[in-house]
Design a protein around this ligand. Structure first.
Ligand code: PLP
Length: 363
């Protein structure tokens, strides 16, 4: 007997969502963003699912990139934060990894390497996010240094949108980018779009796009448009079972802190899923769940290994009843976006938090 919680990953949903990205990309090539263990879906599993269609993979973790190469994946690999120390450059060279260079110090460390490699690079520009990237006044020096270096095979300019899903949109950053581009001597290829820009700003342009969350079947702007309306399919389904059923009388309180109080006689179920599985502890009473295919709600505080659900209107639900925490298909499932919204977070965080102790099965 094993604990009944499972995360099921659907490779056909990943491929479907990649095809949706392809339709929106307008001929641009696609970096499939697989950082953070492919948003919790399993790096190699996702890379293998997309191997036949992916133009390239983008991630943060050098160890992950090596895993992809050792598994035989041959596509270009973009390292979204580049390298943290020049000591990593031999691995970049051995595995042909494309670094993002986001500071003059990185540009210098790369160009002055005495190793005999040549690699393509991404030069990241700060157009208003104010996290990583060169400012306008640093760009001429960076381009000059790259142009004079034997280490550089090709340069692509990259930027990241701060508010592609929000009020400020992307036009202001695109203007900053083209202003910076004008100071650049050559017309260099561009990579600008994340999922929100790709889905929300048709024709936002560039030579390579960088969708992440949409590949996993969640919406980058769930309050505006849900995943199903965007034609996306959930790649992860988190499910468990009821492991105990009990009756409450009016006035009984549930769980740590007794945060939920029954106002009438109730039937509740205890589900084998808690925050140590990755379910958000911030999910309050009323967060949607499905039991036996019927919509219900959580009750009280999520604890480390368990949460409680309302079975009052589900007389058929007994120990062993199937519980869907998120995922499944659009018509009969429960979207991670909806669960995330109830818990005051976003689907990205739910997926990435999936705990190592949860067995993962592939559909
Ligand atoms: C994570 C990331 C993306 C993907 O963003 P989504 O919102 O998941 O589509 C794209 N570009 C960069 C630089 C990133 O770090």
């Amino acid at each position: 007997m094993t604990r009944p919680i499972r995360a099921a990953i659907d490779p056909s949903a990943l491929r479907h969502n990649h095809a949706v990205a392809r339709r929106h990309a307008g001929g641009a090539r696609i970096w499939s963003v697989v950082k953070a263990n492919a948003y919790g879906h399993g790096l190699l599993r996702v890379a293998r699912a997309l191997d036949g269609t992916a133009d390239g993979f983008a991630l943060i973790e050098l160890e992950g990139a090596v895993v992809l190469r050792e598994a035989g994946l041959r596509q270009p690999i973009l390292m979204l934060e580049g390298f943290y120390s020049a000591d990593e450059l031999p691995l970049f060279a051995r595995h042909r990894l494309t670094p993002t260079l986001h500071s003059l110090a990185q540009v210098e460390a790369f160009c002055s390497s005495s190793l005999p490699f040549t690699l393509p690079v991404y030069l990241k520009l700060n157009t208003g996010m104010n996290r990583l990237g060169l400012n306008e006044d640093e760009l001429p020096a960076a381009l000059a240094r790259l142009a004079n270096s034997k280490r550089v095979e090709a340069v692509t300019l990259m930027t990241h949108f701060a508010d592609a899903d929000g009020e400020r949109g992307i036009a202001w950053q695109q203007e900053n980018l083209s202003a910076m581009g004008r100071t650049a001597e050559h017309r260099l290829p561009l990579s600008v779009c994340n999922s929100a820009a790709l889905l929300g700003h048709p024709g936002c342009g560039g030579d390579w796009v960088r969708p992440g969350i949409m590949l996993y079947g969640a919406s980058p702007f769930p309050e505006r448009q849900g995943a199903a309306a965007l034609g996306l399919r959930a790649a992860m389904t988190l499910a468990s079972e009821v492991i105990a059923v009990r009756d409450l009388e009016a006035g009984d309180r549930v769980g740590y802190g007794g945060l939920f109080t029954a106002e009438r006689p109730m039937k509740i179920g205890v589900v084998a899923c808690g925050y140590a599985d990755g379910y958000p502890r911030s999910a309050p009473t009323g967060t949607p769940v499905q039991v036996c295919g019927r919509r219900s709600r959580t009750l009280g505080r999520v604890s480390m290994d368990k949460l409680c659900v309302d079975l009052t209107d589900l007389p058929q639900a007994e120990v062993g009843a199937k519980v869907l925490l998120w995922g499944g298909d659009a018509a009969t499932g429960l979207s991670a976006d909806e669960v995330a919204a109830a818990a005051g977070t976003i689907s990205y965080e739910l997926f990435c938090a999936l705990a190592a102790r949860v067995p993962v099965v592939e559909l």
